[in-house]
Design a protein around this ligand. Structure first.
Ligand code: AMP
Ligand code: MN
Ligand code: MN
Ligand code: MN
Length: 273
């Protein structure tokens, strides 16, 4: 079964509408798809679930939080998007995202960048404003040559635009996901640049407060990473999840369903659904 349990649409920082993503997932022979936009469930309101009979949809979300001074993402899977506790949490995250966008814009203005807030508001359209929108603005105005440089110089971890103190706590985001009947999955654990000791500390706390799964495969990754994360799944008794973290068909390295398989020996997160 081809399960892609981590994807984005234009309800957050992805390029495709929910229905376009569904169509592309079907073309790529995805059987089970979760749309996991950043801090929003809007895609599920826009989705025409009649459109593709070959793809089963499971509701998801990617929630932003912080732990030990670092931005961390928790994916919620198999959630009830109508759950009121989750919806109230999402509302708080949207307000936090809005306040954060103002703060990032203020900081960039102090650097001499002209009117960033209005520009990213337009770029985001109906979606919540994210750092990729600021990255796009920095490219368009010629401050940096590409989005990647925008992150390494201005927006990435530890840089001026890395504002994360606004998010709900790890405890809160996991409790919202659990309240909505979902599995809380630690997203892309190898992207936080944590030492292995710190990652283990995070996982111990994550399990303690109700986390149930870990993303063992996220997009294209080296075999050694898969092995290391599979070991962590076993050590902490977590189920395994996988996904492309697909955002944009313009990125030739990323497509729905495009990632190496999970080691078959693991307990898969979807087995309990
Ligand atoms: P935000 O949700 O506003 O914190 O923005 C985080 C998003 O920015 C991630 O989900 C990625 O889509 C994107 N992103 C993070 N780091 C990078 C990077 N180094 N280069 C390009 N995009 C990035
Ligand atoms: Mn993103
Ligand atoms: Mn993420
Ligand atoms: Mn993501």
């Amino acid at each position: 079964m081809n399960c892609d349990l981590h994807t984005h649409t234009n309800a957050s920082d992805g390029a495709l509408s929910p229905n376009e993503l569904l169509e592309l997932a079907a073309e790529n022979l995805v059987d089970l798809l979760a749309i996991t936009d950043h801090d929003t469930l809007q895609a599920y309101a826009d989705l025409d679930t009649q459109q593709s009979k070959s793809v089963t949809i499971v509701a998801g979300i990617e929630l932003s939080t912080a732990w030990s001074g670092r931005g961390i993402h928790v994916v919620g899977l198999n959630i009830d998007p109508e759950n009121e506790i989750l919806q109230r949490g999402v509302e708080l995250q949207q307000q936090a995202r809005q306040a954060r966008a103002r703060e990032i814009a203020n900081r960039l203005t102090r650097l001499g960048i002209d009117n960033p807030y209005d520009a990213v508001r337009v770029l985001a359209g109906n979606a919540g404003i994210g750092r990729p929108h600021f990255a796009q603005h920095l490219v368009t105005t010629g401050v940096v040559r590409d989005r990647r440089t925008a992150f390494t110089k201005y927006l990435g971890a530890g840089k001026l635009g890395d504002v994360k103190q606004c998010w709900a706590t790890l405890d809160d985001v996991i409790s919202w996901i659990r309240a909505a009947g979902g599995d809380a999955v630690l997203a892309h654990p190898n992207k936080y640049k944590l030492t292995s000791t710190k990652l283990r500390l995070l996982l111990a706390e994550f399990v303690d407060i109700g986390g149930t799964a870990i993303e063992v495969v996220c997009g294209r990754q080296h075999e050694s990473v898969t092995r290391q994360l599979a070991d962590l799944a076993r050590d902490f008794g977590l189920a395994a999840s996988c996904g492309s973290d697909f955002h944009d068909p313009g990125n030739v390295w990323s497509r729905p369903g495009g990632f190496p398989p999970l080691p078959a020996s693991l307990r898969m997160v979807w087995e309990s659904w």
